[in-house]
Design a protein around this ligand. Structure first.
Ligand code: PEP
Ligand code: MN
Length: 375
């Protein structure tokens, strides 16, 4: 006999202090019985019956890879030995958070997310750069060449733009995707671009090396599920009013659909501050690292909203442990069709890269040598 009973607590009763002291004052942890990949429905059913026989509630969670059975109704910790010997059970874990697949409790080591040969989450810092919007072939190609020459590993650029006003430039749409495709062949830079809704997700995933889900869509659960099934890595921006919990649960939607390749991006949150467009919440970087195995990068451009603040925020983000940066760059920001005020000029981006290169060894990170442009 073990668990609640071994601790002298009958099911449904409150524990005495001498019973389960560590949990007497706090919330009992969720328990999760993780089934083996090849566990049969009968074995899952056997586990559910065993849980219920102890007066507890069983919640089978059918993921695309494996099934887990959540336990609630426990007042203290549930003794893993009650369930571990059952057929089909891989392990029993105490889960202190509502998310599971994104949690370090599910996967202890850092996840590496590979995009067009570039690896997020390893020792290498990953710098994504390019214009806010794809405006023309010439503008996108020029930006791509400039950021690649400075050492960026991935090109960003929106073909479908989330704009506050319906009268603002909405992006070139399908034509923008074609431009990105051509610019990739010209420069060799893999593409990160946003899927604004489920109508365009497939078209975006066909072209993109990495599909961006924007801040305003972080809790678009239909879009998240579709992104989880799109077969491409996902860059998930933090909603401007999202807690860490909500952000990780959004990522959980993508992983739950069988797509483990999610990179989180902190892009600034709404606060009372009016000296910048948003407030870059760098305290979230170590918090993500503590709780989740997913890589996390920072976008100082959308946080700052003004180019003079991008470089200091970029430095700070790397120092705080971000796995990389996403930065907006435009050759003629005064003519940009979106976010010109925050776009770095190409030589300012070069300076940012030079500083990142100086910082990397201090942070025990690396930046690859600048790749030559195809001739
Ligand atoms: C963008 O990356 O251009 C963008 C619109 O970002 P966010 O969703 O963070 O506002
Ligand atoms: Mn932008």
């Amino acid at each position: 006999m073990g668990g609640l009973r071994a601790a002298g607590v009958a099911a449904g009763q409150r524990p005495t202090l001498s019973g389960i002291i560590p949990f007497a004052f706090g919330k009992a942890p969720n328990m999760l019985i993780v089934m083996k990949m090849d566990a049969t429905p009968e074995q899952v059913e056997g586990v559910v019956r065993k849980v219920e026989s102890h007066g507890l509630k069983a919640h089978p969670i059918v993921g695309s890879q494996r099934t887990a059975v959540g336990i609630t109704g426990n007042i203290g910790i549930v003794e893993p030995a009650l369930f571990e010997p059952l057929d089909g059970v891989l392990e029993v874990i105490a889960v202190s958070h509502p998310y599971k697949l994104v949690s370090r409790e599910f996967r202890e080591s850092d996840s590496i997310v590979e995009v067009g040969g570039v690896r997020f989450g390893g020792p290498e810092l990953v710098i994504i750069a390019g214009p806010c919007s794809v405006e023309s072939y010439e503008q996108t190609l020029a930006a791509a060449r400039q950021v690649k020459a400075a050492g960026a590993q991935l090109l960003r650029g929106g073909a479908f733009k989330p704009r506050t006003s319906p009268y603002s430039f909405q992006g070139l749409g399908a034509e923008g995707l074609e431009i990105l495709d051509r610019v990739r062949s010209e420069t060799g830079l893999p593409i990160v671009t946003e899927a604004l809704d489920i109508d365009v997700l497939d078209a975006v995933a066909d072209v993109a090396d990495m599909v961006q889900i924007g801040a305003r869509n972080m809790q678009n659960f239909t879009l998240l599920r579709r992104a989880g099934a799109c077969g491409k890595p996902v860059l998930l921006k933090r909603g401007m009013n999202a807690t860490l919990n909500e952000w990780l649960l959004a990522a959980e939607y993508v992983l739950d659909q069988g797509n483990p390749d999610v990179v989180l991006c902190e892009r600034g949150i709404r606060t009372f501050a009016d000296h910048t467009r948003n407030t870059l919440d760098l305290s979230v970087v170590p918090a993500v690292k503590r709780i989740s195995h997913l890589p996390v990068i920072a976008d100082p451009s959308h946080a700052a909203g003004r180019r003079d603040t991008v470089l200091p925020l970029a430095r700070a983000a790397l120092a705080a442990g971000a796995d990389g940066l996403m930065v907006e760059v435009h050759e003629q920001p005064e003519k940009a069709l979106s976010d010109g005020a925050q776009a770095l000029l190409p030589d300012q981006f070069e300076l940012l890269m030079a500083e990142a290169r100086q910082l990397a060894p201090v942070l025990e990170r690396t930046l690859p040598a600048i790749a030559p442009l195809p001739s």
